[in-house]
Design a binder for this molecule. Sequence first.
Ligand code: APR
Length: 228
Amino acid sequence: MQNIVVLTGAGISAESGINTFRDADGLWEGHDIMEVASPQGWKNDPELVLDFYNKRRSQLHTVTPNTAHLDLVTLEKQYKVTIITQNVDDLHERAGSTNVVHLHGELLKVRSQFDERIVLDWTEDLNLGDRCERNSQLRPHIVWFGEAVPMLDTAITITEQADVLIIIGTSMQVYPAAGLVQYAPPQTPIYFIDPNPAISPTKNLTILPEKATTGVAKVVDELMNVKQ
Ligand code: APR
């Protein structure tokens, strides 16, 4: 069975109603990214950071997967599919994808500030004073700028085994995620779906300069019609 690896960014969730990071005015929901997504920001104003992620988490309860998330699930009928997502939402899982790697963490999890191995499921607001069993403040389970990406080695190994790579809705500006494409074997066909595609030309690259919902439908249709 062929391996399909899908790398997704904020653009796949845009049509579900979640804003992307870099499409608007350089601000992220009204904030400088470093204010709300860096260890320094957390140190300076933890309340602001918690409030920011509480709003994102509560918004997540009001949105649903779109047809791009859903169409990717169809691929599992014929392929081994691994989704490597930069997104912290759970829309791939809710759509039904069974194999999702979150590179930048998950909104619906929190972790201990002092022991990152203590990770808890969390669906409601997180507040100052919410502590882990070791009595440390809990923080969002998000990989902030300047922090290591614990799932990176896993993502590299998966990408190295890709027979087909599909990249959806990412500005390819944030490393190391954007660098994953270099680990795909040289003969691997790459599909890039984004209305504003920013990718260096490479071998076997097909660009679909359109929204995720229409672009993913086309690519999935094509791949489901390949005889194996
Ligand atoms: N369908 C597909 N792509 C879309 C759509 C859509 N409907 N709407 C917008 N896009 C594209 C934009 O053209 C852009 O290329 O989605 C991309 C969004 O880019 P970013 O906002 O930079 O998001 P992303 O690439 O996921 O950001 C990477 O940056 O702040 C960090 O950790 C955060 O994971 C995030 C990382």
